[in-house]
Ligand binder design. Structure first.
Ligand SMILES: Nc1ncnc2c1ncn2[C@@H]1O[C@H](COP(=O)(O)OP(=O)(O)OP(=O)(O)O)[C@@H](O)[C@H]1O
Ligand SMILES: [Mg+2]
Length: 256
C-alpha cells in the first residue's frame, strides 16, 4: 500500500523526504535561534492553503499581528484565508490582553494552562477543517516543567493526528546543544528535522538534516538551504560537510 503524503511546500524538501511528510505525522522541527524554524513552518502552512488545505498556526512566541506581518513579508497573505475560515491563528501569547487581542477569534486566556490550549487548538482545527497544524513553539509549553514534556507532546499528537492533521512542532534548542529537544519529545515525535547554522571560516552556513521520519525513507545527508524573500529553498542535490572535528576545522563541500 502506498502511503498518503503531504507536500511540504518548500522547494527541494519533498525530494529529501521522497515525496513529502507521511500524512498525519507529527514532526519535530528543531534548531537553535534564527535557524529558520518559524519561516519553515509558516511556509508549510501557506503551501497547504494554496492547495486548498486548511491550516492552523498556534502562536506561543509572537503576537498574532506580528505573525501576519512576518508572513506577509514573504508574500504569504493569510487574511483572506482567515476570513474564509480556512486558516486560523491560535493566540496563546497575549492571554487576551490588549486591543489587538480582542479582535482575535481563538484566544487562550490562561496561557499556562495546557488543557485550555489543547481545547482551543481542537476547536480551531475542527472549525477550519485543518489538515496542517503548526505549534510555535512546543518548548514554550514545557520550559518550566520538563518532566511534563513527553505527556504534552503525546497529547498534542493524539489530538492533531486524530483529527487528521499533519503537524510541525517547533522545538527550540540552544546554540551548542546537539539534541532535538529532550528524550521524551524526540521519541514521541514521528519525525525530526534539524535546522542548523554553523560558522565556518568566518561565514554562517544554513543546513538541515532529516534525523527520522516514520513511514518513509529519506535522505541521510546534510543539505544546505537558503532563506530568500520568497522563503526557504533547500538544495536537495547538495551536501554540506561540517568535518569530523567540528565547524572550526570543517570544510564546505558542494556535491552535485
Ligand atoms: N527576507 C529574508 N531574507 C533572507 N533571510 C531572512 C529574511 N527574513 C528573515 N531571514 C533570516 O531568518 C532568520 C529568522 O528565521 P526564523 O524566525 O524562522 O528563526 P527561528 O528558527 O524561528 O528562530 P527563534 O528560535 O529565535 O524563533 C533571521 O535571523 C534571518 O537570518
Ligand atoms: Mg521562531
Amino acid at each position: 500500500m502506498t502511503i498518503q503524503r503531504v507536500s511540504t511546500g518548500i522547494p527541494g524538501m519533498d525530494k529529501i523526504l521522497n515525496g513529502g511528510f507521511p500524512k498525519r505525522n507529527v514532526v519535530l522541527l528543531s534548531g537553535g535561534p534564527g535557524t529558520g524554524k518559524t519561516i519553515f513552518a509558516q511556509q508549510f502552512l501557506y503551501g497547504g492553503l494554496k492547495k486548498g488545505e486548511p491550516g492552523i498556526y498556534v502562536a506561543l512566541e509572537e503576537h498574532p499581528v506580528q505573525v501576519r506581518l512576518n508572513m506577509a513579508q514573504f508574500g504569504w497573505e493569510v487574511r483572506h484565508y482567515e476570513e474564509k475560515g480556512k486558516f486560523a491563528i491560535v493566540d496563546a501569547f497575549t492571554a487576551g490582553i490588549g486591543e489587538a487581542a480582542k479582535r482575535e477569534r481563538y484566544v487562550v486566556r490562561a496561557v499556562d494552562d495546557f488543557p485550555s490550549i489543547v481545547d482551543t487548538i481542537r476547536a480551531a482545527v475542527k472549525d477550519t477543517g485543518a489538515e496542517r497544524a503548526v505549534i510555535d513553539s512546543v518548548t514554550t509549553l514545557y520550559i518550566t516543567k520538563p518532566a511534563a514534556a513527553r505527556g504534552m507532546v503525546m497529547q498534542l499528537k493524539r489530538v492533531l493526528s486524530g483529527l487528521g492533521c499533519t503537524s510541525i512542532l517547533v522545538s527550540q534548542v540552544s546554540v551548542t546543544e546537539r539534541g532535538f529537544g529532550g528524550p521524551g519529545v524526540e521519541h514521541a515525535a514521528d519525525g525530526i528535522i534539524r535546522l542548523d547554522l554553523d560558522e565556518i571560516a568566518g561565514s554562517l552556513y544554513r543546513s538541515l538534516i532529516v534525523w527520522k521520519m516514520r513511514g518513509t525513507s529519506h535522505s541521510m545527508r546534510r543539505h544546505p538551504f537558503e532563506i530568500t524573500d520568497e522563503g526557504i529553498v533547500v538544495y536537495s542535490e547538495k551536501t554540506l560537510s561540517l568535518g569530523r572535528f567540528g565547524v572550526e576545522e570543517g570544510s564546505v563541500e558542494s556535491v552535485e
